[in-house]
Write a protein that binds this ligand. Structure first.
Ligand code: KG4
Ligand code: ZN
Length: 325
């Protein structure tokens, strides 16, 4: 079995995955959303201290499986430096105490393998990763061969929901709050410009849209927030769809997935599903419980790393907060 640890942002999570069967034996996650909500975003120092409390509490439930562990997997990149260190330090302690190697796992690969928890992987696949920290279009050929073909020039899709929610004093995380508010709004009352609409670039940008929304929020009272939320969600998503359409012209999709915390957004799922329909492409999604950060996806990615012999000693685990794929 492999024990996996995730602490790259504001979720403390540990999982145990059986190597042969890919079965998820244990999985627990303690989210810090409530603690960060009053600040309208994640406060890194607070997140780090909360991981230091939550991770040992979860780990104590895993002790019965300690004798069966072949490796400990941990997210070591990318993420917040002060929170990654909590998981990595725990992995090092386990490695020394149990004499087992460490599998350092890239968080983005974890999100991609959230598609295949308790399943065989289906590759190659084109993946749109939409989370709080990333908006990336990735061609996945294998666990080792992944190529980012488009990325954001500034904010990410999920982050823009968080910032709009903060402008409206709704709390954190903003994604589910804005999605819910948008349900009762009229998306056509505000006409926001789709980012990079005229640009030939296949890239993403959310800072301009964020500023358009800020002006609308400042000019109206709270009774208009549902309409602003609906128009914002539509424009933010139209931007993804427009760039996907452009990319698909030269790279028609055969198998496509959306992963990451923001892949839970139903409006986004519907729009992508409609777009893929024309291509008769397979559309994969992670189970809702595995869209946001969790250790089960790190454990699933770790099965691939284990097969590839990516085991390392406790002195060889770098922490790379800004690393890409
Ligand atoms: O993958 P994740 O848990 O953490 C990162 O790796 O960043 O993603 C969290 C992000 C947050 O920005 C959150 O607002 C966004 O995903 N999110 C959503 C929705 N649910 C979560 N964004 C839009 N619509 C949602 N329903
Ligand atoms: Zn994530």
């Amino acid at each position: 079995m492999i024990l996996s640890i995730e602490s790259s942002c504001d979720d403390s999570s540990i999982a145990i995955t059986e190597i042969e069967s890919r079965k998820l034996i244990y999985h627990k996650k303690i989210s810090q959303e409530l603690e960060h909500s009053r600040y309208g975003g994640v406060v890194p120092e607070l997140a780090s201290r909360l991981h230091a409390q939550a991770l040992p509490a979860i780990l104590s439930e895993c002790e019965p499986w300690f004798p069966f562990l072949k490796a400990v997997a941990v997210t070591n990149e990318p993420g917040l430096g002060v929170t990654l260190i909590e998981g990595v330090t725990m992995a090092k302690a386990l490695s020394i105490a149990l004499s087992i190697p460490i599998l350092p796992i890239n968080h983005l690969k974890g999100h991609i393998y959230s598609l295949f928890i308790e399943k065989e992987s289906l590759l190659p696949i084109t993946v749109l990763l939409v989370s709080g920290g990333h908006t990336q279009l990735i061609e996945v050929k294998s666990f080792q061969e992944m190529q980012t073909v488009a990325t954001t020039m500034d904010d990410s899709y999920g982050e823009s929901f968080d910032k709009v929610a903060k402008m409206m004093s709704l709390g954190y995380p903003g994604g589910p709050l804005i999605e819910k508010l948008a349900q009762s709004g009229d998306a056509n009352r505000f006409a926001f410009t789709v980012p990079l609409w005229q640009s030939p670039l296949i890239a993403f940008s959310y800072s301009g849209l964020k500023n358009q929304v800020r002006l609308a929020v400042e000019a109206h009272d709270a009774s208009s927030y549902p309409d602003i939320a609906a128009a914002f969600q539509k424009t933010a998503t139209d931007h993804l769809i427009q760039k996907l359409k452009k990319y698909f012209k030269s790279h028609p999709p055969i198998r496509f997935a959306i992963v990451g915390g923001a892949s839970a957004n139903l409006y986004l799922r519907e729009q992508v599903s409609g777009l893929l329909h024309g291509y008769k492409a397979d559309f994969l999604l992670s189970e809702l419980q595995y869209c946001s950060d969790n250790a089960a996806m790190i454990g699933r990615a770790a099965l691939e790393a284990y097969q590839n012999g990516e085991m390392r000693g406790y002195r060889e685990i770098p922490i790379n907060p800004r690393c890409k794929l």
